[in-house]
Write a protein that binds this ligand. Structure first.
Ligand SMILES: [Zn+2]
Length: 344
């Protein structure tokens, strides 16, 4: 199927919230990793989300170019071209974009979509994230409101973040975050709704924080409190009615237990970001290949090595397959298996 259009993407999100499942949103940085996600989703009969971070975009543009928007466009165009070989819908999203890189990342990407729409072509990305969590909530929303207006005009969904996700991810959250800021309060969520709902009919997603961290830690390090999400949703429903319930995004979920993941699905999480776990799944078979075929991938003791071992396709194929398997596991965890809206 082609990349989901706005209407299909909105239906995907609605169905997930209604039926208590979520879409895997997997970070990719290359054609190989994008293809792995498409394969994993297709084999799960699950729709899903492919996303590109600022660092991923810069990487994809080429090491000497380092243009984050250009790299994201390249990956998105690849996905637009190959997606209709798979019997599922995929949505394209960009991950964490802080205020200081809006003009080099999200804004040029929206401009690209505006150009495409003017030429009668489909949108490039379905959604973008603005991460104003390093700012005060007021400053965060002062930027988010006009951005949401622009997104809405172009049939783009906006993801915002309130609170700070701990841990490490290039440029995102982490260090210095106070413990309280790791937990979004119901008051924060009410304020987000009050401001963003002024943009009538616009669609947005909210990354609220409930002790989640980027990266991966040994068990016991992370104290997730999914009930934070429940409390926030209850406050929203009380203040604004059932329709005001948020569509939530789970960031920093790598290493979470299945029970914790499943609990969040009951509270309106419709998208779970996965990066660290799929990175590991990709690299694991490459490590295996290199260690097992040491004297094939290297020219040892005056020998010539083995082209069948050092051709990058040989081990990247293994990596792609392993990452696709991890995507399938994510679809199981998030109960999205078999839920595709695509009808053959
Ligand atoms: Zn994140």
């Amino acid at each position: 199927m082609p990349v989901a259009n706005y209407k299909t993407y909105c239906t995907m999100l609605d169905r997930a919230r209604e039926n208590h499942f979520a879409y895997p949103a997997i970070n990719v940085t290359s054609l190989v990793t994008a293809n792995a996600v498409l394969q994993g989703l297709a084999e799960s009969r699950s729709d899903g989300i492919i996303q590109v971070s600022t660092g991923g975009g810069a990487f994809a543009s080429g090491y000497s170019v380092k243009d984050m928007a250009l790299g994201a466009i390249s990956i998105a165009e690849h996905v637009h071209r190959v997606a209709d070989r798979y019997s599922i819908y995929v949505a394209l999203h960009t991950d964490h974009c802080q205020a200081d890189v809006l003009d080099t990342y999200v804004n040029p990407l929206i401009e690209e979509t505006e150009r495409r729409r003017a030429a009668g072509k489909p949108n490039l990305f379905n959604s973008h994230m603005f991460d104003g969590s390093a700012l005060s909530l007021k400053e965060n929303l002062d930027i988010a409101v006009p951005l949401l207006e622009r997104c809405h005009k172009n049939e783009i969904v906006l993801e915002v973040e309130c609170g700070v996700v701990g841990g490490e991810e290039e440029g995102a959250g982490g260090e210095g975050a106070s413990t309280e800021k790791l937990y979004t309060t119901p008051e924060d969520m009410l304020e987000v709704a009050r401001r963003l709902n002024t943009v009538k009919g616009a669609r947005y997603l909210v990354a609220a924080t409930f002790g989640n961290v980027h990266g991966v830690y040994k068990p016991g390090h992370v104290k997730l409190k999914p009930s934070i999400l429940k409390d926030g949703q209850e406050a929203l429903e009380k203040a604004y009615g059932k329709d005001a319930l948020f569509y939530l995004v789970f960031h920093g979920g790598s290493g979470s237990s299945l029970d914790e993941i499943r609990e969040t699905l009951g509270y309106g999480v419709v998208k779970m970001n996965i990066d660290t776990d799929t990175q590991y799944a990709f690299t694991r078979p490459i490590a295996d290949h290199m260690l097992k075929h040491y004297d094939g991938v290297l020219k040892v003791d005056g020998e010539v090595g083995n082209k069948k071992m050092y051709d990058p396709r040989v081990y990247l194929k293994l990596a792609e397959a392993s990452m696709a398997e991890r995507v399938k596991e994510a679809a199981e965890d998030l109960r999205s298996v078999g839920t595709t809206l695509f009808k053959a």
